[in-house]
Design a protein around this ligand. Structure first.
Ligand SMILES: [Zn+2]
Length: 388
């Protein structure tokens, strides 16, 4: 079977079995357009050099996907990755560029290299895991906002054991916070890797927030979209979202516990989403975070390995901790990963279209999914070795 590409999405949806095609059309609006250019002859050598051929640029296929419920959207045009200075990640580097290695090494000895003496604790102290220790955030974005500092400086030295500890420590931290403040119910974990992804310190770290009353704005957007979807169609939004991605060949693994797929409406390059149902409908228990370790570790393995990603963002969130709430029914535990491009590029990957319009994406979700499938199998065997 030939490998599907994102510019063939309209045909791929049309070829689905009727039920899945109906779901895809209910969830997504897909528009394919063509753009043409008329270059002067003087541009020919540059176009050939930059884009591989002049023909590739004369008629360009652009596919725009919009989620009809969340209104998240992405415009795909693979040519944009080849623009000079695009800052797009290049696949499968044999090694990190020396300049990147040097910048990471040069920042050795930062505050997170000595968290016990150079970071504040929370009012209840610190959570100490096998690889991660917590600190209170000095400049908070939420009443409860802390940092999980890794036991290694290098933010790219990542493996399954570290990811497991990131989630375990975050869960314990949330439990401690809730003993001090039962109103704090909405958990959010954020992971910014390298300056290009917004990290102010190079040293590997994650952050956690716990909010009262409501979740962060974009989490509430997903919740409201799922609620509206259920009210109007009678179906489960997240289950249908996973079904459509799986039917199109965008998922990896796919057992009844975890849905892992490359998103059709990535917020930027190579977004991967993991969904895990919670034990109780409308609530989560912090220990359930552990279920995200394997899919997240597999995503990082694919990203840092074959896909060549170095700067990335991750978010983890779910329904509120504690008592189930009807308005959160059907909401799973979620992890979102996105590639932020070349950390050595001087051009930002986020511009006016991303902030105010529709994200422009150069990478192909079908390529991401294929890489993810191999990485998930490798991660499962790493876990088996760990357990021996
Ligand atoms: Zn450090």
């Amino acid at each position: 079977m030939p490998e599907t590409r994102i510019d063939q999405l309209p045909a791929a949806i049309a070829a689905l079995p009727a039920d899945e095609r109906a779901l895809a059309e209910r969830l997504f609006d897909v528009i394919a357009t063509e753009g043409t250019i008329v270059p002067p002859p003087e541009m020919t050598p540059w176009l050939e050099r930059t884009f591989g051929s002049v023909e590739a640029t004369l008629r360009q296929r652009i596919v725009r996907v919009t989620n009809r419920w969340t209104f998240e959207g992405a415009t795909f045009n693979s040519l944009r990755a080849r623009r000079p200075g695009s800052g797009t990640t290049h696949a499968a580097p044999a090694a990190d560029p020396p300049e990147l290695r040097e910048r990471i090494e040069r920042s050795q000895g930062d505050d997170f290299c000595d968290p016990e003496h150079r970071t504040p604790a929370d009012s209840f102290g610190r959570i100490r895991g096998r690889h991660v220790v917590t600190a209170a955030n000095v400049a908070k974005a939420e009443g409860w906002h802390s940092v999980g500092v890794f036991d290694r400086h290098d933010p790219l030295a990542l493996d399954l054991a570290l990811v497991e500890d990131v989630l375990a420590v975050a869960g314990e931290w949330a439990g401690q916070v809730r003993e001090a403040d039962a109103e704090a119910r909405h958990f959010f974990l954020l992971w910014n890797c390298l300056w290009r992804a917004g990290a102010s310190l190079v040293h590997g770290h994650t952050q956690m927030t716990l909010s009262p009353q409501s979740a962060h704005a974009r989490v509430e957007l997903w919740r409201a979209a799922a609620e509206r979807y259920h009210a109007e169609t009678g179906s489960d939004y997240f289950a249908d979202l996973a079904t459509v991605h799986r039917a199109l060949g965008l998922a990896a693994g796919g057992d009844d516990k975890v849905e892992l797929f490359a998103s059709l409406t990535p917020v930027k390059e190579r977004e991967v989403i993991a969904l895990v149902p919670t034990y109780q409908d409308g609530a989560m228990d912090a220990v359930e975070l552990a279920a995200l370790a394997e899919p997240l570790a597999a995503t990082l393995r694919a990203a840092l390995g074959e896909l060549g990603v170095r700067a990335f963002n991750i978010a983890v969130f779910g329904p509120p901790l504690g008592q189930p709430e009807p308005r959160w029914r059907g909401f799973p535990l979620v992890a979102r990963f996105v590639d932020r491009g070349n950390p050595l590029s001087p051009t930002s990957d986020i511009a006016a279209l991303e902030l105010f319009g529709t994200s422009v994406v150069a990478s192909d979700p079908f390529d991401v999914a294929r890489t993810l499938q191999g990485a998930l199998a490798d991660t499962k065997s790493e876990e088996a070795t760990e357990e021996e």
